[in-house]
Design a protein around this ligand. Structure first.
Ligand code: GTP
Ligand code: MG
Length: 200
């Protein structure tokens, strides 16, 4: 994908603060520190568009970015990280759910998983929950650079089993090497092209 422009639009905590443009939207979800913001930066070839950090809980608001004046990327706070204070986590759950359940121009979600981790209740709940709301999603296994090629394949099969999907449905990705970036873009294009049935 050729990126002509990528700009931060605004941050929001509640629907009245979301951008009103009605542009097709793609949201990035996953555990804290999994690499959501890094994935966005890699996709749009900008090093610091979305803020990243080694400390979990960096993204605390819903951040909207306008790409090529045609698509909005939405960087969501991460879920399920014990080191994020409970009070903060309690606020994020509803903030993310309100966004996902109610955003009518949401075309799909990029669910990001750490290739080294076994999916847990957080991922299962989210996947079930998106199915319930008829939200289409693609799954990306990030930080692939941290494993050898053979371990990447083993983890891909294991995670596909856990999520009851085909290994071919999982995209291996690395923000470090940019591996998988084009494939993620293609999958996002698929979400944008599909007719959406969004039930609220
Ligand atoms: P929160 O906003 O806190 O939920 O985190 P996030 O999911 O946005 O993660 P972020 O992109 O901030 O990355 C977290 C850490 O993981 C940073 O130190 C990144 O440099 C690192 N990281 C992200 N993606 C990759 C990757 O593909 N490979 C490697 N080796 N490190 C990565
Ligand atoms: Mg982030």
């Amino acid at each position: 994908m050729r990126i002509k422009t990528a700009e931060f639009i605004k941050s929001a905590v509640k629907p009245s603060q979301y951008p009103a443009s009605g542009m097709p939207e793609i949201a990035f979800v996953g555990r804290s520190n999994v690499g959501k913001s890094s994935l966005i930066n890699t996709l749009v070839n900008r090093r610091r568009l979305a803020r990243t950090s080694g400390t979990p809980g960096r993204t605390q608001l819903i951040n909207f970015f306008l790409i090529n004046e045609a698509i909005t990327f939405v960087d969501l706070p991460g879920y399920g990280y014990a080191r994020v204070p409970a009070a903060v986590r309690k606020k994020w759950g509803p903030m993310i759910e309100t966004y996902l359940a109610g955003r009518t121009n949401l075309k799909g979600v990029v669910l990001i998983l750490d290739i080294r981790r076994t999916p847990g209740p957080g991922e299962f709940e989210l996947a079930d929950w998106m199915a319930h709301y008829h939200i289409s999603y693609i799954a990306v296994l990030t930080k692939a650079d941290k494993l050898s090629r053979s371990k990447q394949q083993n983890q891909k099969r294991m995670i596909a089993d856990c999520l009851s999907v085909s290994p071919d449905d999982l995209i291996l990705f690395s923000a470090k090497s940019r591996m998988g970036s084009e494939k993620v873009w293609q999958a996002i294009q698929g979400l944008l092209d599909a007719p959406t049935v969004h039930v609220t």
